[in-house]
Design a protein around this ligand. Structure first.
Ligand code: ASP
Length: 334
């Protein structure tokens, strides 16, 4: 039995009362050992590191620059993803995102910090920087998730400004779609670019953010995986973090990001864990050729991995001042 398990069992059975002082000294030694291991891991780590889904060069560079200045992982991730939330040319994140089938742009986002705290907002209208809003839910309310008009009112109470998220060009494309509307909730292999970002700061702490307008022309009220803690994003600062993009319904059914972190806890590398999480989906869903799923993950040592169903998914990695776009391995080879 490992010392930690013995301590846990002893305190449950009362044995700890008789051997309390010797356990105390063992415990002190082991926490010293943990401290030394953490310092060694930090030396090996070459932090900071930022990774994000897709080719969001500027967003990832922004996060990397913030981390290099000593900004903590969560704030760096939020600063990074907000570059895309503000980018009106990006039609699946923030302002300029594609609307639902009734013409309303509704955004979803979540954040998770290295201490396990998290915040989320779903189906929010008229607010651009929803990842920052999700952080406010985390820090300024006793809750994890706020939805719809409640989230919007909370945003105003926090000083966020109202904005029209439907740009002229998104409106035009939606009006074209309306001419022959077909409700096919399938995510086209290229047409989705939720930004999910994972950062390790100079202290070796991990945090992340995920933000999207979701499926284009979705049903009113539809929410995907992106704001769901454990599906679109999950962090365990002892182990690592993961984020997903693609067909949110399939990610939710397998609680994909949580699964990846748990697989890493059990010894898999980020790469192996992402692959296994994708294969949980492809094994059970015979329609996997019709949609894309992609994951990226990072572990406590700064190792990075990624896997997706179809060729074409790339991710960004910032480390040592270098910001590179990397092609992910994929399941469908032909
Ligand atoms: N995962 C997102 C959703 O299902 C879509 C995406 O990644 O583009 O809402």
């Amino acid at each position: 039995m490992k010392r930690r398990d013995f301590i846990k069992n002893a305190s449950l059975t009362g044995v700890g009362l008789t051997v309390g002082s010797s356990l105390l000294s063992c415990n002190e030694n082991s926490s010293e050992k943990t401290k030394t291991n953490t310092i060694m891991a930090l030396n090996d780590l070459k932090a900071p590191i930022a990774i994000c889904t897709w080719g969001f060069v500027s967003a990832n560079a922004k996060a990397g620059e913030e981390l290099s200045k000593g900004i903590k992982a969560l704030d760096a991730a939020i600063a990074g993803v907000s570059v895309e939330e503000d980018n009106i040319k990006n039609t699946t994140v923030g302002k300029g995102g594609a609307p639902d089938r009734e013409g309303n742009v509704t955004l979803d986002a979540c954040v998770m910090d290295s201490n396990g705290d998290c915040g989320s907002v779903v189906c929010v209208e008229n607010i651009t920087n929803v990842a920052a809003l999700a952080k406010r839910v985390m820090t300024e309310t006793p809750h994890v998730m706020l939805a719809g008009s409640g989230a919007e009112e909370f945003a105003y109470s926090q000083g966020f400004e109202s904005d029209n998220l439907l740009t002229d060009s998104s409106k035009k494309v939606w009006e074209e779609w309306l001419k022959s509307p077909e409700y096919k909730p399938l995510i086209n292999i290229e047409n989705h670019d939720t930004i999910g970002m994972l950062c390790i700061d100079k202290d070796g702490d991990i945090a992340g953010a995920c933000t999207t307008s979701g499926l284009s022309y979705k049903m009113k009220g539809r929410v995907g995986d992106s704001p769901i803690i454990g599906s679109g994003l999950f962090i365990d600062n002892d182990i690592g973090g993961a984020v997903g993009t693609g067909m949110g319904e399939e990610i939710m059914k397998t609680v994909g990001s949580f699964l990846i972190v748990e697989l890493m806890r059990n010894g898999m590398s980020p790469q192996q864990a992402c692959k296994e999480a994708v294969q949980r989906i492809t094994r059970k869903n015979s329609h996997f050729k019709d949609f894309q799923i992609a994951y990226i993950a990072i572990n406590k040592s700064g190792d990075v991995g990624s896997y997706c169903i179809h060729k074409g998914f790339t991710y960004m990695k910032y480390q040592n001042g270098k910001n590179e776009n990397i092609h992910s391995d994929h399941y469908v080879k032909s």
